[in-house]
Ligand binder design. Structure first.
Ligand code: PFF
Length: 464
């Protein structure tokens, strides 16, 4: 018998709404900003293949586990894990996993919003034709000048947080669901337009071969772990975002089916982003290995040199902004759901308090680009000697908290939960055995490797 938890929150109106929302969560800066530049830095094709394998072997099974825990508990990750632990006769300390997720969401959104703010700023810069015909160094200077002015960065960060607030405060159906129903189709449309643009005007053949010709000699052990870590980040795993969205999933929906679609759509967007970006970068005579500056330095220059570049550049940054917004919503939701459950607060009040707190935490990232650019809080630890607050927040959440959350989710779902419960909730027939095997034996080992890497253990013993 399926567990019938007391529903506190609304449900998505259909499983399609869940697919849109979870895809919105998954598709974000990770796909359009991070994926192309880490693929560029790690040699392209071989890295892309390893990344695809990571999505299939770890991403999909852990995403199913997270959705399953959410739907079974029907509550925020913190209370949900406590009540699942009760049902399974386990320690209530498992709710700590929910707290870890909420903390990770806070940290990630605080800097994610700052980067998303740059993207929103670039929509306007592109539309104003700022970069048309501009030389490379001048384009770099525009970016540098923006970061150097703390009040400008703060303004865009504030705007992004307000947008997140406005959507999440309206609730699950009239807020998040409505937003993703409009934004996700637009996002796909924009992306296809940009790929068509790159196809017509870029060096598409070179873009394709860069992304899909695998040269395994260029692949380091480190790159494999980066690919694995990124698989987590890009699918929004390990912090309760997918769990809380799963808790609003109607009973009749298939968890395996929806997960395949979400992971597939996320991967497609990452690959298409590469195909929108690399061909035009190559056509302008630049290289793909530009690092994090690819989006805000290389691309504006490239668009500035291309026909109709201002127009397509505007569309590109709109795409990035939409993608970031739909991810931002899911970073906020686990904490909002928790406050709604535990306090006698309206959803609006809970969202306002949390948005404000995350905005305030974001000040650390804002200032670490300018006023505190030379402040290295953990400078006394050698590998962290040149890391600003912004870098530390990113590193701590992506390399440690998400993998740790994912590891605990896999252990809970694979080892601690009764087989009858997960079998009942997943209701997937034969595939269940495969899922269970992976979640018990494969995912934990691989995630533990990522975690060890994130903690610098390999580096410490001189392995990588
Ligand atoms: N998946 C998002 C991206 O690729 O940009 C980032 C993210 C969103 C991570 C939500 C974690 C999360 F809970």
């Amino acid at each position: 018998m399926a567990y019938q938890g007391k529903p506190i929150h609304a449900e998505w109106s259909s499983s399609f709404a869940f697919i849109l929302a979870a895809t919105g969560s998954a598709v974000g800066l990770g796909n359009i900003w991070k994926f192309p530049y880490i693929a560029g830095e790690n040699g392209g094709g071989a890295f892309v293949l390893v990344y695809l394998a990571c999505i299939a072997v770890i991403g999909i099974p852990v995403m199913m586990a997270e959705t399953m825990l959410g739907r079974r508990s029907r509550q925020s990750p913190i209370n949900g894990l406590a009540s699942l632990a009760d049902q399974e006769n386990l320690s209530r300390r498992w709710s700590g996993l929910g707290w870890l997720g909420v903390a990770a969401g806070f940290l990630i959104l605080s800097f994610y919003s700052v980067v998303a703010g740059w993207a929103v700023a670039y929509v306007f810069k592109m539309a104003a034709g700022t970069f048309t015909g501009m030389e490379g160094p001048a384009v770099d200077a525009v970016f540098g000048a923006m970061l150097a002015q703390w009040h400008v960065v703060l303004g865009w960060h504030t705007l992004f947080m307000v947008l997140c607030f406005l959507v999440v405060a309206r609730g699950i159906r009239s807020g998040i669901e409505q937003a993703v129903r409009v934004l996700m189709p637009l996002l796909f449309l924009l992306l296809l337009l940009l790929v068509a643009y790159a196809y017509h005007l870029g060096d598409f053949g070179r873009g394709l071969s860069f992304m899909f010709t695998a040269d395994f000699s260029a692949l380091s052990g480190e790159a494999m772990l980066v690919a694995l870590g990124h698989a987590f980040f890009t699918l929004s795993l390990g912090m309760g975002a997918i769990m809380v969205y799963g808790s609003y999933l109607p009973r009749r929906a298939s968890i395996a089916g929806t997960t395949f679609l979400i992971a597939g759509a996320d991967t497609l967007v990452a690959l298409l982003s590469g195909l929108a970006i690399f061909p035009i970068v190559f056509a302008t005579g630049l290289e793909a290995s530009a690092g994090p500056g690819l989006l805000f330095q290389t691309l504006p220059y490239v668009f500035g040199q291309m026909p109709a570049g201002a127009f397509f550049g505007t569309l590109f940054f709109l795409l990035v902004s939409f993608a970031a917004l739909t991810s931002g919503l899911s970073l906020l939701e686990p904490a909002v759901a928790y406050l709604v459950e535990n306090r006698d607060w309206s959803r609006r009040k809970a969202t306002a308090v949390l948005t404000f707190s995350i905005w305030a935490l974001g000040l650390c990232s804002v200032f670490s680009l300018n006023l505190l650019a030379d402040f290295y809080p953990l400078g006394f630890i050698e590998p962290l000697e040149d890391k600003t607050l912004f870098d530390l927040f990113d590193g701590l959440s992506s390399n440690i908290m998400l993998p740790l959350g994912g590891l605990l989710i896999a252990l809970f779902a694979g080892w601690r939960m009764h087989q009858a419960s997960s079998r009942d909730e997943l209701a997937m027939g034969r595939g269940y055995r495969v899922w269970r095997f992976i979640v018990r034996y494969v995912s934990p080992v691989l995630i533990a490797l990522v975690l060890a890497y994130g903690l610098g253990l390999f580096q410490a013993i001189g392995l990588l």
